[in-house]
Design a protein around this ligand. Structure first.
Ligand code: BTN
Length: 264
């Protein structure tokens, strides 16, 4: 499998993205690329900082789950951006990161990519990748936001044993983009999409979200503290909350509320 290489990645980035990306750290092994960037206090507040690793020993998934990170097989990438204060559209960041990854995959001819709200990356209903956004900082700022992306490229056969949901990888779909090329596209799209969000707002992503939405019109089960409720997914609102019709009423669901299963 192709080794990750900073020069190879930078060579493929646009001049604007190269300028924005103040540092790109590539590690043979790390506990978690998200954790690495969150605890690196020396990184300046200007521009963005990236970290990639060949393997993670304590990769983190959403809802406290581990992220299985075998060596050299997949993409484990994080990007740190510092905001002077809590950014507008903070809830939209999550959706926008998913759209950025979908754009990157499409640009590499990976078709049939869909997003399961808020940002699971799927092909054919199986998980191809995921995004974990973590933050640190006092309420007055500065506010550090790390967007972590894991994409399954060529998962070893035994990788499936501890993954608790249907999954897939790029190799199973005949896609072999190369890890440096994939890393460059994902970094470039994440940088551009965060700029687009800051400048133009979440509305400018809504049409794209509708195209990518894996849930719209489907029955879903919402697993929350009060038990399981069923409803029909009706897209997202202008803040990025999921709309679910339950008993004729549309409810707004935000990320922290629930875990979600697609039923039909
Ligand atoms: C999910 O559960 O769907 C989110 C998975 C996010 C995994 C990535 S891999 C790179 C970055 N570092 C981590 O520890 N997690 C994210």
């Amino acid at each position: 499998m192709e080794q990750l290489d900073e020069q190879e990645i930078r060579r493929r980035l646009s001049a604007a993205a190269n300028h924005a990306l103040r540092s790109l750290t590539i590690l043979p092994e790390v506990d978690s690329t998200n954790r690495y960037l969150l605890k690196e206090n020396d990184l300046g507040a200007d521009g963005v900082h990236g970290c990639l690793a060949e393997t993670q020993t304590a990769g983190r998934g959403r809802r406290g789950r581990p992220w299985i990170s075998p060596a050299g097989a997949n993409l484990y990438l994080s990007l740190l951006r510092t905001y002077a204060s809590v950014p507008k559209c903070v809830e939209g960041l999550s959706l926008v990161a998913g759209i950025a990854v979908a754009r990157a995959l499409k640009s590499l001819d990976v078709r049939a990519v869909a997003l399961k709200w808020p940002n699971d990356i799927q092909i054919g209903g199986k998980k191809l990748g995921g995004i974990l956004i973590e933050t640190s900082g006092a309420s007055v700022g500065p506010w550090r936001v790390v967007t972590g992306v894991g994409i399954n490229i060529d998962m070893p056969g035994d990788g499936s044993t501890s993954i608790d949901q249907p999954w897939t990888d790029l190799a199973r779909h005949g896609a072999h983009p190369g890890r440096n090329r994939l890393a460059a596209r994902v970094l470039g799209e994440l940088i551009m999409a965060a700029d687009q969000l800051a400048e133009s707002g979440l509305e400018t992503f809504m049409g794209e979200w509708e195209q990518l939405d894996a849930l719209r019109g489907h029955e879903v089960a919402l697993h929350g503290p009060g038990g399981v409720r069923r409803g029909t997914a009706r897209g997202v609102d202008s803040n990025g909350a999921l709309l679910v019709e339950i008993g004729g009423q549309c409810e707004r669901i935000v990320c922290a509320d629930v875990s979600l299963r697609l039923l039909t």
